[in-house]
Design a protein around this ligand. Structure first.
Ligand SMILES: [Zn+2]
Length: 184
């Protein structure tokens, strides 16, 4: 496992290889021919989760997690081609894209060597910061969408079902968020 600074330095080099020259051209933010939008973490995902909780009671976190899994599977199909085309490890591409779009500074620490389990570390998770800004430190992990996305990515890589847990979270005072993703 590396420090935040070490991860960021390595990621920056990868981003330079992948990013469009002018990512904000034509008033659209683009990377590798996909369009993106920016949203303030003052509102997203905090408000969305609170609304989901209000409508579906405690199921809001599950909805974000399940939605994240679908996104993660889609990202796998997109970025596996990018990784092959540029000759860059898929997880390095994912770390670089996540960093570039401000999701956090992360790396994969274990890749299934032990019983198929993946472990990932993310500093500065946008989801945790959204909660910290609005509610301060709590006693629960809150990065449900990120947990889903990472789980969907692992499912893409491994071609089978996984379940994701967030074992540490900035929102409850840990230094970084940690995700453990296990075969179902
Ligand atoms: Zn977290």
């Amino acid at each position: 496992m590396h420090t935040r600074e070490e991860i960021a330095k390595r990621i920056e080099e990868i981003v330079r290889k992948l990013a469009n020259r002018n990512p904000c051209g034509e008033g659209k933010i683009k990377l590798m021919n996909r369009r993106y939008v920016l949203m303030s973490t003052d509102y997203f995902p905090y408000d969305l989760l609170k609304d989901l909780e209000e409508i579906f009671n405690a199921a809001g976190d599950t909805l974000l997690y399940q939605g994240g899994i679908k996104v993660g599977r889609d990202l796998y199909n997109h970025y596996i081609n990018v990784a092959r085309e540029h000759g860059i490890d898929l997880w390095d591409v994912i770390s670089a894209v996540g960093w570039y779009f401000g999701w956090g500074t992360g790396e994969v620490v274990e890749r299934g060597e032990r019983d198929g389990v993946y472990r990932m570390v993310v500093y500065d998770s946008f989801e945790a910061e959204s909660f910290l800004a609005r509610e301060g430190r709590g006693d629960k992990s809150v990065c449900h969408f990120m947990r889903g996305v990472l789980t969907g990515l692992v499912e893409g890589v491994e071609g089978r079902d996984y379940v994701g847990h967030e074992t540490r979270c900035r929102a409850k005072g840990d230094e970084y968020c940690e995700f453990v993703i296990e075969p179902r």
